[in-house]
Design a protein around this ligand. Sequence first.
Ligand code: COD
Ligand code: ZN
Length: 374
Amino acid sequence: MATAGKVIKCKAAVLWEQNKPFSIEEVEVAPPKAKEVRIKILATGICRSDDHVMKGTLASKFPVIVGHEAVGVVESIGEGVTTVKPGDKVIPLFAPQCRECKSCRNPDANLCIMSDFTGRGVLADGTTRFTCRGKTVYHFASTSTFTEYTVVDEFAVVKIDDAAPSEKICLLGCAFSTGYGAAVKTGKVTPGSTCAVFGLGGVGLSVIMGCKLAGASRIIGIDLNKDKFEKAMAVGATECISPKDFTKPISEVLSEMTEDSVDYSFEAIGHLETMIDALKSCQKNYGTCVLVGVPPPAKMLAYDPMLLFMGRTWKGCIFGGWKSRDHVPKLVTDFMAKKFDLDQLITHVLPFKSIQEGFELLNSGKSIRTVLTF
Ligand code: COD
Ligand code: ZN
């Protein structure tokens, strides 16, 4: 492309400091260095984790360009890039896969050593490709997608089917893959089993879709907000309950509803109390509980070890446990084959310039997923 090798000036949503709104700025995006890829973003979803950076509950340097759930097209590649080429439709990967580290070599693991969950904010060579008003701007989670163009390391991007609709499959970059993978990949829900899903936001709904696809016979959705029930039933819950309707813990309610508790429980809220109640909710001898909600920073859990001693399995996962470069293209293929539907999760589509409105929808609880288009 004509822009290859040159600095691109484009629009990006910059967070200059914590607790301040996005500022749409003209930024300079440097060309990709060796083993890097410059991407033109086509669509990007708004995720709670982006909001966590804004509020300071997720570590990051400032100024920063956040956003990590997107689809784009490769504009140019640096020296030595072999897995994508200009013109390819791609998904940037916040959970990268270098294919060399110990986790990448383990068939059951997905937390690549190159992941940036601690807020380093730079590419693998230790520098950034963004500047704005003469200042260095940091990257976020190996991706940075709230910009017309971004640069990522080759290990943090994968080619997908060119025919896939960008405004929908951007959700495979985070929300859907996270919840769906928690059920089918990490929890390994079995046909005929019973499941309980705590929290019916976008992630919880994706867990429900996974449980349904895995053949669960009973899927019980739990949320304080009963407005969430209709959609949960539409995507596969067989019944929904609210803690507000009971004086006892949900784990006890579930035990009565299901004859000695559910086989699988999932926590998609991110609260310490519901994490423990989700653990108590799975069958005491063989049940599995999966933590999907991001725990609050610097908080400890206190719970009765007997809960685990009796035989329960307690696990967690990031990005559903998927190995991103191996699995994301297959998830896109499954979507194209109509194995699951993402329409239920997308409540709003807005132009990129309305990003601040998208975050207001998130914070008022009115949206499940807002997708920004360019
Ligand atoms: N009991 C029942 N329901 C509750 C309670 C409670 N005590 N408290 C809140 N809820 C409900 C809310 O009413 C809401 O419906 C739901 O829980 C939470 O939904 P959202 O919409 O706030 O959140 P989501 O679905 O977008 O999910 C966000 C998580 C909170 C799960 C968040 O931790 C997350 O995004 N996790 C993904 C994990 C991951 O891998 N992240 C990595 C990159 S983002
Ligand atoms: Zn996310």
